[in-house]
Design a protein around this ligand. Structure first.
Ligand SMILES: [Fe+2]
Length: 193
């Protein structure tokens, strides 16, 4: 699995992964800010009738498409115990998500991955981040955010609300072995959902 070290580009830590998000370079005058996406996912997560309307399936994730603010793409997602997304990114979209029921774990990378032209990448030490998102807790993220989200519970479903802007153009999926991240495929959102 290991490539010659010299052939593996290294992703170094970026100084401030939680720096304010500018809203992207390709935004329209009506584009939402990341704060507006955060407000949207938080307020939606408090809509008990909506959350309760999501069908839950013990065999796999379930989802409902929502109307996000300012033309953003939004989803209500149900996570059976033990399910997760695997490592992926969201290209140039920024976004926010929050847990509406249960708890989610997010593992993320404080790196900016090269856009194209690589297959494997050796991560430097210290780029891993992890956070627990209990019910009512969420986070915003900037462009090129790389993460995986998991429901680590053995018994309880989790439900979350997500919003992305611009609407997801593509998602890159990665596998990971130790410090080596491997690009597995690039999916359109229809594939992902
Ligand atoms: Fe994601």
């Amino acid at each position: 699995m290991s490539s010659p070290r010299s052939a593996v580009p290294t992703a170094a830590a970026v100084p401030s992964p939680s720096a304010p998000v500018t809203g992207g370079s390709a935004t329209s005058p009506t584009a939402p800010t990341v704060a507006e996406l955060m407000d949207f996912v938080r307020s939606t997560a408090r809509d008990e009738a909506l959350i309760a309307s999501l069908p839950l399936d013990p065999e796999g994730r379930t989802w409902i498409r929502l109307d996000g603010p300012g033309g953003s793409e939004a989803w209500l997602i149900g996570w059976p115990p033990g399910t997760g997304t695997g490592w992926h990114d969201h290209a140039d979209s920024f976004g926010a998500f929050t847990t509406a029921a249960g708890a989610l774990k997010e593992h993320s990378l404080a790196v900016r991955l090269p856009t194209d032209g690589w297959k494997t990448l050796e991560l430097t030490d210290g780029v891993d981040r992890s956070r627990e998102l209990a019910t009512g807790q969420g986070r915003a993220f900037g462009q090129n955010h790389v993460h995986e989200v998991l429901n680590e519970s053995e018994v309880a479903h989790a439900v979350s609300v997500h919003a992305y802007y611009p609407p997801l153009p593509r998602i890159r999926r990665f596998s990971r072995t130790g410090a080596v991240l491997r690009l597995e495929q690039t999916e359109r959102p229809e594939d992902w959902q």
